[in-house]
Design a protein. Sequence first.
Length: 132
Amino acid sequence: MLPWMSRTLFLHLIKFSLYVLSGCAAAVADLGSYFLLLALGEWYIAASVVSGVVGFFTAFLLNKYVVFRKRQKFVNHLGRYFIVDMANLAIITGILYLLVDKGGMDPRPAKFVALAPMVLWNYFVYKFAVYV
């Protein structure tokens, strides 16, 4: 901890760093399964939905137990997380569709572009609406 940094700020930075790391792990699971399904010839929308489910479970478990350290209320947290993540999946799929079908973008980099807006705002949604 730096001399000018308060303990509270330090703890928030640690928690946010854990969130970023768990998000990276979930992104690897999501994108890895997406690219695998594309390589196997799956339609990019179906691949995105399936990989979104893989990412969902990876992120949920890491956020619940590693980042926010919530051991109780599994079903409650899962329900809230599911609602938020399904909204995210709908938004990501819509952006992906617009980028690929309407914008002519390759589906591989389009997935990265579609995921980007979700990263920052999800931290606050999870912290203040899901894991309460």
